[in-house]
Design a protein around this ligand. Structure first.
Ligand code: HDE
Length: 717
């Protein structure tokens, strides 16, 4: 008979678990050593020619080698995820830095220093597998913890709220945002009629729309975005006492977004921008790291928040309930095989461990059904837990048997419980108190299809979010609404949307409406439409600074700096600045007119990493233009080089020019006169000035972007 899990096994060290997981995955990825064979092991004599009747004759049906190869190829695609199809993932570990013993009995959250292996998959939501990384969209942030009590999945997003309050609206939301069904356009974009039609008819989407139109939806890097569990979950401690908990991942590198124009250009120049960035950072030993934070709320406090924490369109402002940091997550290993790991990983909110439980959030409850169900069609049957990336590191036993793709060879006569014929003497193998215990919440209520009135406020937190942004971030939100709605062909939809926005902020709505060829926003018209609710629950704060991103710091670690060069470049000052940048963790690349070398002013050769065309400015965070008269003149006469700097200027990036490099700025109409635009540094390059210039440049890059920079709209890049 199957044995209950042994305590000793559960207490195995987390390090062993990580090694076991690694071994499990390695054994999966081993291939034939030197000879190609069929899947049955027959050595293939010739992998270039099929079996034919004569050198110019027809191919023979008996060529089992050809048939096996092509048959396997014909079937090597599986259905992509219905949402979150495009993803990138990495292995790593979670380390507890503060014990949560007071709140939960989950074993991996007890002992400070305990490490649990993790696999994390980031994703966009709407696009297909091959779509671009930098589209405007929510990002998935799904973490699988391989704990000694079983796998625990925290399947979250990079935005702490959601579009809808009830799972029954999810298929409608996704049908609206996906490419339109008659022509399958547009790909990976919400800027089209059906999305905004749905959104404008469902005012509960408003808070999430504010986030989706903010820079959160175009992250600079997956390594520079926050993650959220979104729903309220429950922690339950060893005494059965429960607290609501909201999960937060806080990136060490700060939270940063791209410029919208830049995001669109990157989508064409390097559709794998985020995937490459994550891969390269890990491959170069710059392991991304997040802190895990929790907001803990007692049942009593939950009742006094002023909004309902079961409503997934609401967040709990950090100023009301502080986020306590309890651990850190480090991603330190790239996958060995994209399909085997990133594609086949199966997340599910129902992968829980004792001590963590659900709440009655109606969106969460609906997700519980969906995730296993979708794997059945995506991964082809009920045995996907046996795929190495999904397999737990602790033993598991039950009497579930057989089915398509079953790998385990279960032995013995009994596949039922209770039984008396298996090797053990027990009749039952229930785990009792050591097993998963649901929170014994009292329930006696009528069956009903109705929203709670406590879900009726659709605007207060949308306003809070808007008020919490810096002036530049607000402008970005306005511009994003304008862009998206300008792509909506039906003016009635545009009108309905701005009417709704008038309930968030009158000025916001007015500005959004300005270029859209519609009437001024009409808050009253919005309020008269079906589905409109505006209960306006009072919040004890006007703004929550934690909701903005500008100035979130994080240093210049892994930031990419382009050093623009042409023949005649003077490298004395350049090398000092470059060294200082590299010492601070930045990655510098020399970008020139051609690959190979340029000659320096002293007749040396300087290696060129990229050309102005193959690695344009949107791939970099900052630009350095060294001195050298001939070089500066050549750059100023090279359209691609001028465009490079103009574009970096327009995207508000830090720019440092040395000596004659200023020619390039002048050719763009930007001068070095006092009051030069924010984040544009001009140095003469004399020896005593080099280090201070480098330091100023590092500080300017550390600000991420100089969003307030004047006159960027006038720049034709
Ligand atoms: Fe998902 N979601 N979702 N979702 N979700 C899926 O599961 C679903 C929701 C999230 O990297 C699917 O395996 C429903 C919220 C992430 O593999 C599917 C509802 C949040 C991922 C599914 C939601 C998420 C998914 C598609 C409303 C943030 C990618 C493939 C009730 C808290 C996981 C799959 C990965 C994936 C259903 C809403 C996050 C179809 C029905 C809210 C990060 O099962």
């Amino acid at each position: 008979m199957a044995q209950p899990r042994q305590d000793t096994q559960r207490k195995a060290k987390a390090g062993d678990a990580a090694a076991a997981k690694q071994k499990q995955l390695e054994s999966f990825s081993q291939g034939p050593e030197n000879l190609l064979t069929t899947n049955q092991g027959a050595v293939i004599p010739d992998n270039h020619n099929s079996l034919r009747a004569g050198v110019r004759g027809p191919t023979l049906l008996e060529d089992f080698i050809l048939r096996e190869k092509i048959t396997h190829f014909d079937h090597e695609r599986i259905p992509e995820r219905v949402v979150h199809a495009r993803g990138s993932a990495a292995h790593g570990y979670f380390e507890l830095t503060k014990s949560l013993v007071e709140y939960t009995r989950a074993e991996f959250l007890q002992e400070v220093g305990a490490r649990t292996p993790v696999f994390v998959r980031f994703s966009t939501v709407a696009g297909s597998r091959g779509s671009a990384d930098t589209v405007r969209d929510v990002r998935g942030f799904a973490v699988k913890f391989y704990t000694q009590q079983g796998n625990y999945d925290l399947v979250g997003n990079n935005i702490p709220v959601f579009f809808i309050q009830d799972a029954i609206k999810f298929p409608d939301l996704i049908h609206a945002v996906k490419p339109e069904p008659h022509n399958e356009m547009p790909q990976a974009a919400s800027a089209h009629d059906t999305f905004w039609d749905f959104a404008s008819l469902m005012p509960e989407t408003t808070h999430m729309l504010m986030w989706a139109m903010s820079d959160r939806a175009i992250p600079r890097s997956l390594r520079m975005m926050e993650g959220f569990g979104v729903h309220s979950f429950r922690f339950i401690n060893a005494h059965g006492v429960a607290h609501f908990v909201k999960f937060h991942w806080k990136p060490k590198l700060g939270k940063h977004g791209l410029a919208w124009d830049e995001a669109q250009k990157i989508a064409g120049k390097d559709a794998d921008f985020h995937r490459r960035d994550l891969w390269e950072a890990i491959a170069s030993g710059n392991f991304p790291e997040w802190e895990l934070g929790v907001q803990l709320v007692s049942e009593k406090k939950a009742a006094s928040l002023g909004f309902d924490l079961l409503d997934p369109t609401k967040l709990i402002p950090e100023e009301m309930v502080p986020v306590q940091i309890v651990g850190r997550m480090v991603l330190n290993r790239n996958p060995d095989n994209f399909f085997a790991e990133t594609e086949q990983v199966a997340f599910h909110l129902g992968h829980l461990v004792p001590g963590i439980d659900f709440s009655n959030d109606p969106l969460l409850q609906g997700r519980l059904f969906s995730y296993t169900d979708t794997q059945l069609s995506r991964l082809g049957g009920p045995n996907f837990h046996e795929i190495p990336i999904n397999k737990g590191v602790c033993p598991f036993h039950n009497f579930q048997r057989d089915g398509i793709h079953r790998m385990t060879v279960n032995k013995g006569q009994a596949a039922y419980e209770p039984n008396s014929v298996a090797s053990g003497s027990e009749f039952r193998v229930d785990g009792g108190q050591q097993g998963f215990q649901s929170y014994p919440e009292e329930m006696e209520s009528p069956k009903i299809r109705r929203r709670s009135p406590s879900f009726d406020d659709h605007f207060t937190q949308a306003t809070l979010f808007f008020n919490s942004q810096s002036p530049a971030e607000r402008e970005h939100i306005i511009a994003a609404f304008q862009f998206e709605l300008s792509k909506v062909e039906n003016p009635a939809i545009r009108q309905r949307m701005v009417d709704n926005l008038a309930h968030v902020d009158a000025k916001l709505a007015r500005k959004v409406a300005e270029p859209l060829g519609i009437a001024a926003p009409d808050a009253k018209a919005a309020a008269g439409r079906p589905g409109f609710r505006d209960a306006k629950f009072k919040l004890p704060l006007e703004a929550s600074p934690a909701l903005g991103m500008e100035g979130s710091g994080g240093g210049i670690q892994t930031r990419k700096v382009a050093i623009l060069v042409a023949d005649g470049v003077e490298t004395g000052a350049m090398k000092v600045v470059q060294q200082a940048l590299q010492d601070a963790g930045a990655v510098c690349k020399v970008v020139g007119p051609r690959l190979g070398f340029v000659s320096t002013s002293s007749g040396q050769q300087l290696a060129v990493d990229h050309t102005f065309v193959n690695m344009p400015s949107v791939m970099f965070d900052a630009v350095l233009v060294p001195s050298g008269a001939a070089h500066a003149k050549a750059l100023a006469h090279t359209g691609d080089a001028v465009h490079f700097v103009l574009e970096a200027f327009k995207h508000c990036k830090a720019i440092c020019v040395i000596g004659e490099g200023v020619e390039l700025l002048r050719s763009m109409g930007v001068t070095d006169a006092p009051g030069a635009p924010a984040g544009v540094l001009v140095g003469k390059g004399e020896p005593a000035q080099r280090i201070p210039l480098a330091q100023e440049f590092i500080a300017a890059i550390g600000k991420h972007r100089h969003w307030g920079r004047a006159n960027v709209d006038a720049v034709p890049a």
